[in-house]
Design a protein around this ligand. Structure first.
Ligand code: SF4
Ligand code: SF4
Length: 283
């Protein structure tokens, strides 16, 4: 069962829900938690420090042999990302624009383009307990190909049991990549006008991808009518409500998990996992 935790904006408590859900489910099942928020991964902060296994994520970028280049311009015309400019005496390459598509090497009629490997990030794996692993994708500073790091993190995390992926906030390409292959998406929201607006954006993405969703209302002050109305009108189940509560904030602030310190919350998160499974027809 692959669940993605997403939200239309940052700061809704998405990572908190992902970490609690994964920890609670791991008390009886195998769980791999994947931090796909590769520009700012933070799930490791909820767990004790350890010595993770780490691998580089590399992409193939072009390298130009000026002695073979005829300055025909085919590569620059092909490149849809503006990463190549043919100057008087050489091809100028701007790696920050390159999407590593490999097209320039394919179209070069002179065999002047070869590919070299460039590291853009890392994937680390932590074995937190017999049943719980945390896989973290991290994009190197200044790099833009977060999608490739997410893809590699998910590949490393592909194991039996639950897969809980924490997406980056918003609705951009990294979120779509994280959602790809998910059985279910939990959308985390707050009952404010901005929260509903961003929930609508996130829901539009999951609808396009055909992924079933449920909603968790976080920091609820009990006045959730507008969110519930939004969900009712679209047939979206509200699967859990987490209150606006000083104790919850202080547990989180200390880097702990409410499901780890309170058995009631552990059961609630286990029930949330069960509700996700039931929503896609599992048992
Ligand atoms: S690999 Fe693709 S994106 Fe990069 S420079 Fe070549 S054509 Fe452009
Ligand atoms: S396609 Fe090949 S030969 Fe033509 S400009 Fe690019 S590198 Fe040079």
């Amino acid at each position: 069962m692959k669940i993605t935790i997403a939200s239309g904006k940052g700061g809704t408590g998405k990572s908190m829900v992902a970490a609690n859900l994964a920890w609670a489910l791991s008390q009886s099942d195998r769980v791999t938690l994947v931090d796909c928020d590769v520009e700012e991964p933070n799930l490791h902060l909820f767990f004790p420090p350890d010595d993770p296994e780490s691998t580089d994520v590399q992409v193939s970028i072009p390298s130009f042999d000026n002695s073979r280049c005829t300055l025909c311009g085919d590569c620059a015309r092909f490149c849809a990302f503006g990463a190549l400019v043919v100057a008087k005496d050489r091809v100028l390459f701007f790696p920050e624009h390159c999407h590593a598509c490999g097209g320039c090497a394919l179209v070069c009629p002179a065999g002047a383009v070869t590919e070299i490997q460039r590291p853009i990030g890392t994937v680390t794996t932590r074995h937190l307990s017999a049943h719980l692993s945390l896989v973290t994708g991290t994009l190197n500073e200044g790099e833009v190909l977060g999608v490739k790091v997410i893809r590699e993190a998910k590949r490393c995390a592909a194991k039996p049991g639950w897969l809980v992926c924490d997406a980056s906030p918003g609705t951009s390409c990294p979120v779509v990549e994280t959602l790809h292959g998910s059985d279910f998406c939990l959308l985390i929201t707050e009952s404010t006008p901005f929260g509903i607006h961003d929930l609508e954006l996130a829901y539009s993405v999951t609808s396009c991808l055909g992924i079933p969703v449920g909603v968790v209302i976080n920091r609820s002050d009990g006045k959730d009518e507008d969110v519930r109305k939004f969900c009712n009108e679209r047939g979206i189940p509200v699967l859990a409500t987490i209150p606006f509560d000083r104790w919850i904030a202080s547990v989180q602030g200390s880097g702990d998990l409410i499901s780890r310190v309170d058995p009631t919350w552990k059961e609630r998160f286990i029930a949330l996992g069960g509700a996700c499974r039931s929503s896609v027809g599992g048992t």
